[in-house]
Design a protein around this ligand. Structure first.
Ligand SMILES: [Zn+2]
Length: 147
């Protein structure tokens, strides 16, 4: 059987990371970085655990992927992240020169789009992959927080 290594397949892996974040009481955002159909980095939001506002899933994943590759640029990599990156992460992704970004739900408050941040001109971007699953996890988190 040939596994369907498509955007949905890898986004499911990122959603799994978001679920780990939810279980740990973190804002549930997860990310994986892929090179040639191989996951080289997995991460989720750790801002509570590390007491660090910069500990977003994407930031962890960028560092982890660069360590794995032994080089700071991620030109041949694709980032899968469950929520549209914020402007900090978009900035970090700019510096990484990442090849492609695939995100799930759009962040209408703090996404890089609404914040007016630009990505690297060579970075391709796709949004909306499994967006309902990503949004459901976030809703679950914030509903729990309110009670
Ligand atoms: Zn971010």
């Amino acid at each position: 059987m040939v596994l369907p290594y498509d955007d949905t397949y890898f986004m499911k892996k990122a959603l799994q990371e978001a679920e780990y974040a939810l279980e740990a009481g973190e804002v549930p955002v997860g990310a994986v970085i892929v090179v040639q159909d191989r996951i080289i980095a997995r991460a989720h939001n750790l801002t509570e655990k590390l007491n660090d506002v910069t500990a977003h899933a994407e930031m962890q994943a960028i560092t982890s992927a660069a360590n794995f590759l032994g080089g700071k640029y991620l030109k041949d990599c694709t980032l899968y992240v469950t929520l549209e990156p914020c402007q900090m992460c978009a900035g970090a992704l700019y510096w990484s020169q990442i090849g492609k970004i695939v995100y799930g739900a759009k962040d209408l408050q703090r996404g890089y789009g609404v914040m007016g941040t630009t990505l690297h001109p060579k970075t391709k971007i796709t949004g909306g992959i499994l967006k309902d699953d990503a949004a459901r996890l976030l809703q679950e988190f914030f509903a729990k927080k309110r009670t």
